[in-house]
Write a new protein. Structure first.
Length: 155
């Protein structure tokens, strides 16, 4: 039995290695259509307008209904999907919470702690540049995901 590759995979001729996969592009909808789709597909929170904001627990950005991407609907009969507009963020509606004052305050506090820790880093190089951090580059994001995990289950 021969395995066939999907038509949306780019293959190099010499190596036969998939370079990338084409993801479905966001579709264009009128404001009313987009609001209807948000209301129908976001089973976790109510949308009253496209100007409402949500806090993405994955990337840490505040997004509006207008920014949220709608994809799918191939030839009018495929399933529609909502996704975060932030590049490389693959969150879906269950990852978006209302940006309460408490969530924003705690996130700002954690960001301030990160900035303070970066300022206190000792100078250890001959050229006067600070030593690179020993933690992962997304330390604040991973710390915030752990923090936000508690709010996700409470909502």
């Amino acid at each position: 039995m021969r395995i066939r590759r999907a038509p949306d995979c780019a293959i190099t001729r010499r190596e036969r290695i998939p370079l990338n996969m084409t993801l479905s592009s966001p579709i264009k909808l009128s404001d009313q259509e987009k609001l209807d789709v948000l209301c129908r597909l976001d089973q976790f929170r109510h949308w009253g307008s496209l100007e409402e904001k949500r806090y993405c627990l994955v990337c840490g950005n505040i997004i509006t209904g207008r920014q949220i991407q709608v994809a799918g609907g191939t030839r009018g009969n495929g399933a529609l999907r909502l996704s975060c507009p932030t590049e490389r963020c693959n969150s879906i509606p269950m990852d978006w919470v209302l940006p309460t004052d408490e969530i924003i305050a705690k996130f700002e506090m954690m960001a301030a702690e990160e900035r303070k820790a970066a300022e206190l880093r000792p100078v250890a190089r001959a050229n006067g540049m600070p030593e690179p951090p020993k933690t992962a580059p997304n330390a604040i994001a991973s710390r915030f995901r752990k923090f936000a995990f508690h709010f996700k289950h409470a909502s």
